[in-house]
Design a protein around this ligand. Structure first.
Ligand code: PMT
Length: 412
């Protein structure tokens, strides 16, 4: 069965010469069984009229943001129900608005109000495509989980030859299909993710914590949700906005994170622990702010915090468990030891001493370890891309329909 059958696609068209190709794309999607509604920027209307898209799609076209009556709200409400938003062609201008969060035309407004999967197919002059501003904006969209179907090389409308031509329509259609297929492959699965740092108080004003930003875990939670999972995200303090559609449970101390994990793990299919959990906490929390009393040093006595994953490993019924290993030396060996000690189904090792990856950054470079002889080292990529790849690798272990997942005691 075609994955597009019965799907609602919101097709955003921005103002480039390739706008006319959006009409054929619409047709292709309809032939595969999709219901398409079109959204146009003012620029797109310079190339194709709304009437063309209205006649082809059989649906009203959203092309005017200041229209009278309730039309605008209805358009946004109807686009927000779409199974996928795609923008083809995507111009450098609309790309910049999407990247920066501007919302001053029907396409950028729809994007900013849309929480489902988004796919874009850029088309522009080759010099524009190569410009660092465009590269940065593309990277921003990718970091948010938007699928980018890159333009192809060839003769451009301006006469230049180079990359910038809208990808072949069949290529775009294939990308739409895989994105939609992916958007349901975790349907019915419950995913529990931990993210961010923990924070252990020393006194009422100070604490011990670490550099985790939460980006790795939030990316996994968001991707799992976009792929249809029911996601609970247990997060230490971060500056990140919670991903839409994800149940967020906030905590600070290791003991709080432990309690939340153990409380929410029942009936879970997967636990992914990306949280940078502190291994030690002050033995006593001072009731009053510690004052300088003339001594040059201060000694804090620390005790070990509970090892959450180790406790999970002792549960009679447990989900598929994935740990992360933040290492600065002997990366693979240390990660393997942790996998064995904590009885993990998988561990993802990352080097936190290398610049540009690990803590805080949008990128990471990891090795996925399932056992002593099962290791996959992935190239450096965006954390959202790692999230998707990791979910791809976990999924086959959750798919045993009637029997048991190898290594697990609980039938699915
Ligand atoms: O948040 P970002 O800025 O995006 O950075 C991402 C990251 C570097 C934090 C992430 O990729 C990562 O490596 N997370 C694991 C950090 C960590 O605590 O590693 P660890 O080697 O100390 O612990 C191994 C595993 O045991 C982890 O899954 C950890 O969550 C878990 N653990 C650790 C200590 C503890 N007391 N209980 C635990 O369950």
């Amino acid at each position: 069965m075609d994955v597009l059958k019965g799907k609602r696609i919101a097709l955003g068209v921005s103002g480039g010469i390739a706008a006319y190709k959006a009409a054929e794309l619409l047709r292709l999607m309809q032939r595969s069984g999709a219901e398409v509604s079109v959204i146009m920027t003012a620029g797109a209307k310079q190339f194709v009229t709304p009437l063309t898209f209205e006649a082809l799609s059989g649906n009203p076209v959203y092309h005017e943001i200041f229209e009278e009556g309730a039309g605008r709200m209805e358009h946004i409400a109807s686009a927000s129900k779409a199974d996928l938003l795609m923008v083809a062609p995507l111009t450098a201008n609309t790309l910049a608005k999407m990247a920066q969060g501007l919302a001053d035309d029907p396409v950028s407004i729809t994007y900013s109000a849309f929480s489902g999967p988004v796919l874009v197919a850029p088309a522009m002059n080759d010099q524009m495509w190569a410009h660092s501003a465009v590269r940065d904006n593309i990277r921003t969209l990718k970091a948010r989980g938007v699928t980018v179907v890159p333009p192809e090389s060839g003769e451009l409308a301006c006469g230049a030859i180079g990359p910038g031509r809208l990808a072949e329509l069949d290529t775009i259609l294939d990308a739409v299909k895989s994105r939609l297929a992916q958007s349901i492959d975790y349907k019915g699965k419950r995913v529990l993710v931990t993210a961010g740092p923990t924070r252990e108080p020393i006194d009422p004003v100070r604490f011990i914590s670490n550099h985790s930003s939460g980006k790795m875990g939030y990316a996994i939670a968001d991707k799992a949700r976009l792929r249809g999972a029911e996601v609970t995200l247990i997060s230490g303090p971060t500056a990140l906005a919670p991903p839409a559609g994800v149940r967020l449970l906030s905590c600070e101390r290791v003991a709080e994170m432990r309690d939340l994990v153990l409380k929410n793990i029942t009936d879970c299919d997967v636990l992914v622990m990306t949280a940078a959990v502190g291994d030690f906490a002050p033995r006593e929390i001072e009731k009053e702010k510690i004052k300088k009393r003339g001594e040059a040093t201060l000694t804090l006595e620390m005790t070990q915090t509970p090892d959450i994953l180790k406790e999970v490993s002792t549960l009679e019924e447990k989900p598929f468990v994935v740990g992360f290993a933040a290492e600065s030396e002997n990366i693979l060996q240390s990660a393997l030891e942790k996998q064995e000690r904590k009885k993990l189904d998988m561990i993802v090792a990352n080097d936190i001493s290398a610049p540009g990856i690990g803590f805080q950054s949008d990128d990471n470079q990891v090795t996925l370890i399932s056992g002593p002889d099962e290791q996959e080292t992935w190239p450096r990529m965006l954390k959202v891309e790692i999230a998707d790849r990791l979910l791809d690798r976990i999924l086959p272990s959750l798919k045993a329909p009637l029997g048991m997942v190898p290594g697990r005691e609980r039938p699915l």
